[in-house]
Design a protein. Structure first.
Length: 76
């Protein structure tokens, strides 16, 4: 869950432009996500969901690792 407030956007000169400012982020573990998927009743097993999430992490990690880093620290 992400809570936010709307604040004036100083990046534009247009009056009334707003931006969202995150004020609270609730972290979820992989187990929390697996539990939520299982609660949907999609007909998947816990190991099905865990396998897909692990594969997703590998694919994302490979894609991030192949990006030019421009001096920023990126963990793959």
């Amino acid at each position: 869950m992400v809570d936010y407030t709307l604040e004036d956007n100083e990046l534009t000169e247009k009056p009334g432009d707003l931006r969202a400012q995150v004020v609270n982020v609730t972290p979820y573990t992989q187990n929390d996500i697996v539990d939520r998927v299982l609660n949907i009743g999609a007909g998947l097993t816990r190991s099905d969901v865990v396998s897909v999430l692990e594969a997703e992490k590998q694919v994302i990690g490979r894609n991030v690792a192949s990006l030019p880093h421009y001096g920023f620290g990126v963990c793959a």
